[in-house]
Design a protein around this ligand. Structure first.
Ligand SMILES: Nc1nc2c(ncn2[C@@H]2O[C@H](COP(=O)(O)OP(=O)(O)O)[C@@H](O)[C@H]2O)c(=O)[nH]1
Ligand SMILES: [Mg+2]
Length: 249
């Protein structure tokens, strides 16, 4: 996360200028890439990593779909952050697997970030790889949240444990662990409750859940549209409960 901290303000300034643009010229793009390159180097990112990253971003950004779209600025901002996330190890393919045979992924983030959708996508992805995932929603604040996950789970034919009677997220989490083991699942994906903003109550709840499920990966889900604010959110979560990676939606 140290890398992110150093980059934070500079990337904000660079991407803010691009975000609102309705037309981006080749020289805009060049200038932005130069600034990103400098910002990364100043943040002590390895030269080769910077080179790869800048090449990747330039390649994607210069694509005609991006340049001719209605919101080229926004799309370029997303490309920048997606590429950063990939380089810094946030991609699904690199998720840790527990050698004991039962892996737990815990998803958290703000409300509307895409946690529930991502939980289902991840389950689908694992199932396609021949794994046996099980989903659970430990959102005790919004009963509809559990239903939403349950419906998605049914559509991809993956088991889902919900308990709308319990008001304790960590109790449901334990029950889901038990159910997963009983069903001989190999991966439990825990969808947690979000909030509009980060607060104490959410952090306390997430810590309680984490202490029960002992996640192999704690994944922050962020909406790419919030741009640089994602970094601040990541830093807060990292400080309070730890962070192994993040997924942008
Ligand atoms: N365009 C887009 N929309 C998404 C993506 N992931 C989730 N959404 C939408 O964002 C909204 C909130 O997603 P949800 O998974 O319920 O967020 P949660 O509150 O964090 O669980 C829903 O309308 C989703 O369909 C994504 O990757 N791309
Ligand atoms: Mg949700």
């Amino acid at each position: 996360m140290a890398v992110f901290q150093g980059l934070s303000e500079k990337l904000q300034a660079i991407t803010d200028r691009m975000r609102g643009k309705s037309r981006i010229t080749e020289s805009d793009l060049k200038e932005m890439m130069r600034e990103i390159r400098l910002a990364l180097l100043e943040a002590d990112v390895h030269y080769q990593v910077v080179k790869d990253l800048v090449n990747e971003i330039s390649g994607k950004a210069a694509g005609s779909e991006v340049m001719q779209s209605i919101t080229p600025g926004q799309q370029i901002v997303k490309i920048v952050y997606d590429s950063l996330a990939e380089i810094l190890g946030g991609s699904e393919s690199k998720l840790a697997v527990n050698p004991k045979g039962f892996t737990v992924y815990m998803l958290y983030g703000l409300q509307g970030a895409g946690k529930t959708t991502t939980a289902a996508k991840l389950a689908y992805h694992l199932k396609e790889q021949g794994k046996k995932p099980i989903l659970t929603s430990v959102d005790v604040h919004r009963p509809a949240a559990a239903d939403q996950l349950n419906i998605l789970a049914q559509s991809i034919d993956v088991p889902c444990y919900i308990n709308k009677e319990s008001k304790k997220a960590e109790v449901i989490a334990q029950e889901a662990m038990d159910r997963g083991r009983y069903l001989l699942a190999d991966t439990l994906i825990v969808d947690t409750a979000g909030r509009m903003t980060i607060d104490e109550e959410m952090m306390t709840e997430l810590k309680a859940i984490a202490s029960v499920v002992k996640p192999d990966e704690k994944l922050l889900i962020v909406d790419a549209m919030i741009g640089q604010e994602a970094v601040n959110i990541a830093l807060e979560f990292d400080r309070d409960i730890g962070l192994d990676g993040f997924i942008m939606t």
